[in-house]
Write a protein that binds this ligand. Structure first.
Ligand code: G6P
Ligand code: MN
Length: 443
């Protein structure tokens, strides 16, 4: 097995330590020669990097080198894989997005509705730069992108790099949901074969099989109806917000029993309930700042001062493992099935070709080979088409710097709907995003 050179872009992220633990856990599937961290924020990166050094010394002694840098050339030269996870504007801007939406009575969420739009308009430019920078120094590297809002980012990258066949956008939510299915079934996530369709954070499992071909869908539905549904992945198992979110799956399944929903559909199907539950002074961003971010930074400080990982509570989560198994399948041509984001081109036969859809695909060294979905029913198709129009309009607006298209996008979005409200939210978002968004023409 050829050993890989990996660069982690956005290495100051609160998910990076988890990713390192996953790389250690998965080293048999995806052996590494080098790991390089790249981030534009040297200070944020340094803490995570110094802690990573301690972990790797203990648990990955065979690694030839670990380095961290803010220099693009140093970071990307020689890379086989780039794992990209950046957050333009940081958690501070995520909090603003969530609060502005909520103040106008709309869902305040990282990737859904106005929050997703605002974050998308911040991310697109930086993501395009990252891809250009990686390509300059590592023309053949696989770029695996987790950057949110993945649907909007994937659409922008599709337009900007139509011929680049080595960019793959992925989200861990379907996998995190499958971890809970696996728990219900007394199996491991890797034993399950999903059938799934939708857009990112906007999709449904139509069936779940095991590797022997047994259909397990009804067992899962029954268990959810009888016993409810809970997160099981280490990263979210004890998080009250995620517990609430997973519980909502039972309600969704009662109202719409045909398919097993992605948890993110709660924001589109129950927007008023979601708004009622929220506290503008303690939105999800604030919870993450006071929770995960604080916890990870304390963990890093401990690792650095101890100089050993012996006493540290380190956990492997699905976020990293899924990305790594995806990478392994691409690198070693194993053709395993994962849910990824690709251009439709007939996969969902009654949906436009140029949609970026989230579907299962066999991953080979020639890229993703998605499985046909066929025709989808009217309800899901209607929902998808509205959301897709929103996503397309946001990307149009970024390129064309067009206020009108953003107003259309928000009015179309199920979390907003009302045009005067859309205008108020948009105007507040413009004010707060002056440093990040393109300057918009024509009000
Ligand atoms: C899931 C989604 C990600 C999202 C994250 C937010 O993992 O797939 O796209 O960024 O949840 O989680 P948080 O705990 O930050 O709200
Ligand atoms: Mn996601």
């Amino acid at each position: 097995m050829k050993k890989q050179n990996l660069v982690v872009v956005g290495s100051g992220s609160t998910y990076t330590i988890g990713m390192i633990m996953s790389l250690i856990e998965e080293k048999k599937h995806f052996p590494l020669r080098t790991i390089t961290f790249y981030d534009t924020n040297a200070e944020r990166q340094e803490k995570v990097a110094k802690a990573t050094e301690v972990i790797l010394k203990d648990k990955y002694p065979e690694l030839e080198s670990f380095t961290y840098t803010t220099d693009k050339k140093e970071a990307f030269t020689g890379a086989d894989f780039a794992f990209v996870q950046i957050r333009t504007g940081g958690l501070a801007m995520r909090e603003k997005d969530e609060q502005i939406s909520l103040r106008h009575g709309a869902v305040g969420q990282e990737t859904c509705g106005p929050g997703g739009m605002a974050y998308g308009l911040r991310s697109i430019g930086d993501m395009i730069d990252v891809v250009n920078d990686v390509r300059k120094y590592a023309p053949d590297a696989w770029i695996l992108n987790y950057t949110n809002p993945a649907a909007i980012v994937a659409e922008a990258l599709r337009r900007e790099f139509p011929d680049d066949e080595k960019i793959l956008n992925i989200c861990d939510m379907p996998a995190a949901i499958m971890v809970s299915y696996a728990k219900i079934l007394g199996k491991e996530i890797w034993d399950l074969v999903p059938e799934y369709f939708g857009l990112n954070h906007f999709g449904w499992f139509t069936d779940i099989y095991d590797k022997e071909g047994n259909r397990l869908t009804d067992d899962i539905k029954r268990a959810i109806k009888d016993d409810g549904f809970l997160p099981e992945d280490a990263e979210i198992v004890n998080d009250p917000s995620w517990i609430k979110t997973f519980k909502q799956v039972e309600t969704m399944l009662t109202d719409f029993p045909d398919y097993l929903p992605n948890t993110y559909l709660q924001y589109y199907l129950y927007p008023s309930q979601m708004v009622e539950k929220e506290d503008v002074k303690n939105t999800r961003a604030r919870q993450v700042i006071n929770g995960r971010e604080k916890r990870v930074h304390e963990l890093c400080d401990q690792l650095i001062s101890d100089g050993t990982s012996e006493n540290a509570e380190l956990e492997v989560d699905i976020h990293g493992c899924y990305m790594i198994r995806v990478a392994a399948s691409l690198a070693y041509n194993t053709g395993d099935t994962f849910i990824v984001i690709v251009e439709n081109n007939g996969i969902i036969s009654n949906l436009q070709d140029d949609a970026m859809v989230e579907v299962p695909a066999a991953l080979t060294s020639g890229g993703p080979k998605p499985f046909a979905v066929g025709e989808i029913p009217t309800f899901e198709k209607g929902l998808i088409e509205g959301q897709l129009a929103f996503e397309k309009l946001v990307v149009d607006a970024w390129y064309e710097k067009d206020y009108k298209k953003l107003l259309q996008a928000l009015t179309l979005n199920r979390t907003v709907v009302d045009a005067p409200r859309a205008r108020k939210i948009l105007d507040d978002l413009i004010e707060e995003n002056k440093d990040y968004w393109p300057e918009l023409s024509s009000k």
